[in-house]
Ligand binder design. Structure first.
Ligand code: ADP
Length: 426
């Protein structure tokens, strides 16, 4: 501020008074204060203008307080939430714009009236509970409830209510922040309904799968028996013998799928039976490798077994795990010719790995592999299967106190591992 424009300079120049002019001053420590200036001319007894009198009032703190109040007031006005205050008797003392939008009352219609106007009959008791809480100095957070609009419509709200205190710290009322959650509540209710419907559908699907696999199993068992009888009756050099053998292979494959479906239903219902006994793990491995060798004429299965172990388990189920992993290693490596199986003892566990040089598994699919029905989308290449084997294997291993995991890179082959505790108590 140029010196000649400050009020005192002007008074000295023109002999006029200046009242409450706001100026900024900078102090020796460079802090800036806001000042109200009152400058008045002085006259001697002969009414000759002799000088001036200057009064400076420091209003910096008051100004700050006013600014804060202004900011708070504009936050309250522009808030999307309704902000309402009331005294301890429940009489409304302030009402912002969103409250008008939300409830339909203008401030002059509702300020001075009881908050009970907004409470539906069935929720009348809530006000007393809220006031009791406030009286104890407590806050009520995100309390989901219903309130009544001016047009008597019900609105779903989330309320946060806090005590208002005077300068002495006494509670004199409450502030209430209300958020309209009608849309959220409707969406949530819809979601709950859909979830229930989905659960029900899923349950029906499981029941259907269980029933269907039982129904399929019965005729298949008869067909299998007839075909086996037929193969015994036909001479090996008969033209039909080869065809019957093909039918036996197809039936065995169908039987495998139906058995997996049945196992899945039993696992879901917690009814998969285990016959735990002392099992020579080498025998289990030999059986599985033997059957896997019949699956492919191009693959060689190399076994490195450094452990000779007996453990407690279900022989058939453990064979099922190995069969599945060996079958997958062959199935998903159509261009390769070696599958490597390694068995070793690590502390009190047997660790088995089955390594192939096949198509591998994309990184993003690995975490889903053990889920029911999950199959990797191998673009246009279609491998037979229903995505049940790894889920069933995981469940069987879990029941034996073991686990299944995999390391794989796309186009670089996969290694499936599982471990089993040697002295697992069932
Ligand atoms: P299925 O082979 O009958 O589809 P699984 O549960 O045994 O079911 O396997 C689930 C999926 O995991 C398979 O569909 C396949 O995409 C992937 N997978 C399993 N083993 C291998 C493997 N050795 N190499 C590449 N992908 C595999």
């Amino acid at each position: 501020m140029p010196l000649d424009t400050c009020p005192m300079a002007k008074t000295l120049k023109n002999g006029q008074s200046y009242e409450a002019e706001e100026i900024l001053i900078e102090r020796l420590d460079h802090s800036v204060r806001t000042i109200l200036v009152y400058s008045r001319p002085l006259f001697d007894s002969n009414n000759i203008f002799t000088g001036a009198h200057n009064t400076l009032v420091d209003i910096t703190d008051q100004k700050k307080e006013d600014n804060t109040k202004g900011i708070l007031a504009s936050i309250i006005t522009s808030s999307k939430d309704a902000i309402i205050s009331k005294d301890l008797k429940g009489i409304i003392t302030s009402w912002n714009e969103s409250a008008t939008r939300m409830f339909g009352y203008e401030p002059d219609e509702i300020i001075g009236k009881s908050i009970k106007l907004l409470i539906p009959r069935k929720r009348k008791n809530e006000e007393k509970e809220i006031l009791d809480c406030i009286g104890r100095g407590e806050q009520v957070h995100h309390y989901e409830t219903e309130r009544l609009k001016k047009n008597k419509e019900i609105i779903n709200l989330s309320l946060t209510i806090s005590p208002i205190k005077n300068q002495k710290g006494e509670i004199i009322g409450a502030s209430k922040i209300a958020r309209d959650i009608t849309e959220m509540t409707t969406t949530r209710n819809k979601k709950d309904t859909y979830t229930k419907q989905l659960e029900l559908l899923n349950q029906h699907k499981d029941e259907f799968m269980s029933l269907a696999s039982h129904e399929l199993k019965t005729p298949l068992t008869s067909a299998k028996a007839y075909i086996q009888l037929l193969s015994k009756l036909i001479e090996q050099d008969h033209k039909g013998y080869r065809l019957i053998n093909r039918a036996v292979v197809s039936i065995a494959r169908l039987e495998g799928l139906i058995n997996d479906l049945l196992d899945l239903s039993k696992i879901k219902a917690g009814k998969l039976q285990y016959h735990m006994e002392s099992v020579n793990f080498n025998e289990v491995l030999e059986n599985s490798v033997e059957s896997a060798m019949h699956l492919s004429s191009t693959h060689k299965i190399v076994v490195k077994n450094s452990a000779n172990l007996t453990l407690k388990g279900d022989r058939v189920r453990l064979e099922q795990v190995l069969n599945n992993l060996l079958e997958n290693a062959i199935k998903y490596s159509p261009e390769a010719n070696t599958v490597e199986v390694s068995v070793s003892q690590v502390e009190d566990k047997v660790v088995v790995s089955i390594k192939d040089e096949g198509i591998g598994i994309p990184k993003k699919s690995i975490k889903h592999l053990m889920e029911r029905y999950y199959r990797v989308d191998n673009n246009s290449v279609r491998f037979p299967g229903l995505g049940m084997g790894l889920y069933i294997s995981t469940e069987i291993l879990k029941r034996h106190g073991g686990k299944l995991w995999v390391k794989s890179k796309e186009n670089q082959g996969s290694t499936f591992y599982f471990d089993l505790p040697i002295n697992h108590e069932t």
